[in-house]
Design a protein. Structure first.
Length: 403
C-alpha cells in the first residue's frame, strides 16, 4: 500500500510540473478548464497576403507545442485567426469579433500600419493586449496604456537606414515615391535627414494608391534628375510603378521595401523590370537557436521577418500569462517585459515550453527570439534591430549583408 501511495504521489507531481501545476495557483483558476483564447489578425489577403498565411502557421505551431506540453494552468491555448485583408475597415470588423464575441485576451500580427492604428483603440479600451509588426512611429505614440508592443523597428530607424544606404550606393540626389500610409511622412523625413546630412538632396512625392499607371507621377519625379528612387509602396502599386520606370528608360538605382519588392513581385514582372533593384528589411536573427528552430518547424530555409516576429509574439504572450498566474490582457501587459528582458542571471530560453518549465520552477527567464532580442521601451518600441540588405539578380533575391 505504501509503495502504491508513493508511486501515485510521484505520478501526480510529474503531471503537475508538466501542466505548471507546480505554480501555487488559486484553486478557482485551476478549476477553469476552458481554453485560453488568443488570436492572430494578419493579412491573409490584400497587399500583405504573401505574409499572413505563414505568420498564422508559425503561431499555430507555437500553440501546438505548448498544448502538447500540457498548456498553462492545466488549460489549453486556443488560437483563432482572422483576415484583416490589409484593410483598416476589415481589420476593425475582425478585431471587434475577436474581442466582443470570441473574448480573446490578446491579438498579434497586425501588419499594415493603417490596420494597427485602427485596431489599437479597440484593444486598449477592452484591455486586450496587442502585439504588432507595423513600423509607423505614430503607433506607439497612441495612448495605448501599455496594451501594445511592436517587434518591428520604427520608421524613424528604418528611414535613417534607407538614407544611409543611398549614400553608401553613391547617390547624391534621391526621390521617394509612395502611397499615403501612416508611415509615409516619417520615412520621407528620416530618409531626407540622413541623405542631407551626407551632403545629398532628397525630394519626394506621395501618390494615390491602386492606380493602373504612375507615369505622370514618375515624369514629375524624373524632372529632378534623381540618381536613386526609393519605392515606398506595397506589392500591387510597386509592380505598376516598376513597369513605368522600366518603360521610361530610367538608369539610376532603385531601392524598395522588402515587403514591396519580394518574390511575389519578381514572379509577376519580366526579369529585366526588377533586375538590380535593392531591398532593405529588418533582419531576423538568422543565427539564433530560435530562428533555426522556427525554420525547421516550417521546413523553409529563409523565414521572413514578420513570421519570425509573430512567432516571438505568441511565445512571449504565453509565457507572460504563465508568469502572471492569471489570464487577461492586463496580465500580459504587466509581465511581457519580465520574460523578455529580465535581470542578468536569468535563464535564457528560446521557446515557450522551456520557458514555462523555468517559470514553474520559479526561475527568472530571458527570451531571445527568432527576430532578435525582444526588449521593449516603455512606449512599446523594440529597442534595437539588425537590417538585411539584398539585391535582385537574375530573378533571384541575393543577400548583400546583414548589419
Amino acid at each position: 500500500m505504501m509503495t502504491r501511495r508513493l508511486a501515485d504521489r510521484r505520478n501526480f507531481l510529474a503531471a503537475s510540473a508538466l501542466g505548471l501545476g507546480a505554480f501555487a495557483m488559486p484553486a478557482w483558476l485551476r478549476a477553469q478548464g476552458a481554453p485560453i483564447r488568443i488570436a492572430t489578425l494578419v493579412p491573409m489577403t490584400g497587399a500583405g497576403g504573401t505574409y499572413g498565411p505563414v505568420m498564422n502557421k508559425a503561431a499555430q505551431m507555437v500553440v501546438a507545442e505548448v498544448n502538447a506540453a500540457g498548456g498553462i494552468f492545466g488549460r489549453k491555448i486556443e488560437l483563432l485567426n482572422e483576415d484583416d485583408q490589409t484593410s483598416p475597415e476589415a481589420g476593425v470588423r475582425a478585431a471587434r469579433k475577436l474581442i466582443d464575441v470570441d473574448k480573446v485576451v490578446a491579438i498579434c500580427g497586425t501588419w499594415a500600419s493603417s490596420v494597427t492604428s485602427a485596431v489599437a483603440p479597440l484593444c486598449w479600451e477592452s484591455k486586450t493586449f496587442l502585439a504588432t509588426v507595423s513600423g509607423a512611429d505614430s503607433i506607439t505614440q497612441l495612448p495605448h496604456q501599455g496594451y501594445l508592443v511592436r517587434t518591428q523597428p520604427t520608421t524613424t530607424l528604418q528611414g535613417r537606414k534607407f538614407g544611409e544606404f543611398a549614400l553608401e550606393l553613391g547617390a547624391k540626389k534621391t526621390f521617394f515615391m509612395g502611397p499615403q500610409t501612416p508611415f509615409t511622412q516619417s520615412m520621407i523625413d528620416n530618409i531626407g535627414a540622413a541623405v542631407k546630412k551626407g551632403g545629398g538632396d532628397a525630394q519626394s512625392l506621395v501618390y494615390e494608391d491602386k492606380k493602373t499607371s504612375y507615369r505622370g507621377e514618375l515624369d514629375q519625379a524624373l524632372k529632378s534628375k534623381p540618381d536613386l528612387i526609393f519605392l515606398g509602396g506595397y506589392v500591387p502599386d510597386t509592380t505598376v510603378l516598376l513597369r513605368d520606370i522600366f518603360r521610361a528608360g530610367y538608369k539610376g538605382r532603385l531601392v524598395g521595401f522588402a515587403y514591396g519588392v519580394n518574390q511575389k513581385l519578381i514572379d509577376a514582372v519580366p526579369a529585366e523590370v526588377v533586375e538590380n533593384v535593392y531591398t532593405i528589411a529588418p533582419s531576423p536573427a538568422s543565427t539564433s537557436n530560435a530562428y533555426k528552430r522556427l525554420a525547421g518547424m516550417l521546413k523553409i530555409d529563409n523565414v521572413d521577418p514578420y513570421t519570425c516576429q509573430v512567432y516571438d509574439q505568441v511565445n512571449l504572450m504565453i509565457m507572460a500569462l504563465a508568469k502572471a498566474g492569471q489570464v487577461s490582457g492586463t496580465a500580459i501587459r504587466d509581465n511581457i517585459r519580465l520574460v523578455s528582458q529580465a535581470a542578468t542571471g536569468a535563464k535564457a530560453v528560446d521557446n515557450a515550453p522551456d520557458g514555462l518549465k523555468a517559470i514553474a520552477a520559479r526561475q527568472a527567464i530571458n527570451y531571445d527570439g527568432a527576430s532578435g532580442p525582444c526588449q521593449f521601451t516603455d512606449k512599446g518600441d523594440i529597442s534595437d534591430s539588425r537590417f538585411r540588405y539584398e539585391q535582385i539578380k537574375g530573378a533571384r533575391i541575393n543577400l548583400l549583408k546583414i548589419v
